[in-house]
Design a protein around this ligand. Structure first.
Ligand SMILES: [Zn+2]
Length: 233
């Protein structure tokens, strides 16, 4: 295969790859930007944040109760340990104990509240998760034709990439470099055909000698205007 033919084939494959990739990207955007889906996603994110927040509150609540329980044990140990005999001190300890117990009771109430809040947050999270799955399923079924197209495109991309790899291997590194640079500069189209002695990409006219050289494909001819590599079928 001549280098010109090889690079032309590579261009054909690359153009099809570009088209398939662009369409896949458009489909992805359609599926992703569905507003119901976005709403369901943001509800789920909010529910996740609420669960984390409730877990944090519960941990703080538990730590406060725990600290108070330790205090309670210490006061009880002093009170019933037998080391303190002074009635006034014993009375003070009794008073401490009563107030610690009251405070602990209120902390335990708060802890229970925190547990309930966490449970509620987890339920809301589960609901949001389920809702997102349902919305996703609905969006996908509504866009089932898009899904079908997506599958087809993915398959053909796989084939195209294999075809590209095979073609790529037949072309010299220098030409590949030139080709890639041209693709960058010329919106993906580095190789183009000619019709009526003119470049099909930019319309620039060729001299009869240039057109003849393109048809002979014996050497690489570039469009004098856009610089693309020219090919004749
Ligand atoms: Zn041109």
């Amino acid at each position: 295969m001549s280098q010109v033919l090889g690079i032309y084939r590579l261009q054909q494959v690359d153009s099809r790859i570009d088209q398939a990739a662009a369409r896949l990207e458009a489909i992805r955007a359609i599926l992703e930007n569905d507003s119901a889906m976005q709403a369901a996603r943001s509800t789920l994110q909010k529910a996740e944040a609420d669960v984390r927040e409730a877990e944090k509150a519960l941990r703080a609540s538990q730590a406060a109760s725990e600290a108070q329980r330790i205090k309670l044990e210490q006061v009880e140990a002093s009170l019933y340990g037998g080391r303190i005999q002074n009635p006034k001190e014993l009375q003070d300890l009794q008073n401490d104990l009563a107030s610690i117990k009251r405070y602990l009771a209120s902390l335990e109430d708060a802890e229970l509240e925190s547990m309930l809040s966490l449970e509620t947050a987890r339920e809301a999270h589960q609901d949001a998760d389920k809702n997102l799955s349902q919305v996703e399923a609905r969006v996908i079924s509504q866009n089932s034709s898009l899904k079908g197209e997506q599958d087809t495109l993915r398959n053909s991309l796989e084939n195209l990439n294999a075809e590209r790899a095979a073609t790529y291997g037949t072309i010299s590194p220098d030409l590949l470099q030139k080709y890639e640079a041209l693709r960058q500069k010329r919106r993906g189209l580095a190789v183009t055909t000619i019709s009526d002695n003119a470049c099909d990409a930019c319309g620039a006219g060729l001299t009869p000698a240039q057109a003849q050289a393109v048809r002979m494909a014996a050497q690489m001819v570039e469009c004098p205007f856009c610089g693309r590599i020219l090919f004749s079928n």
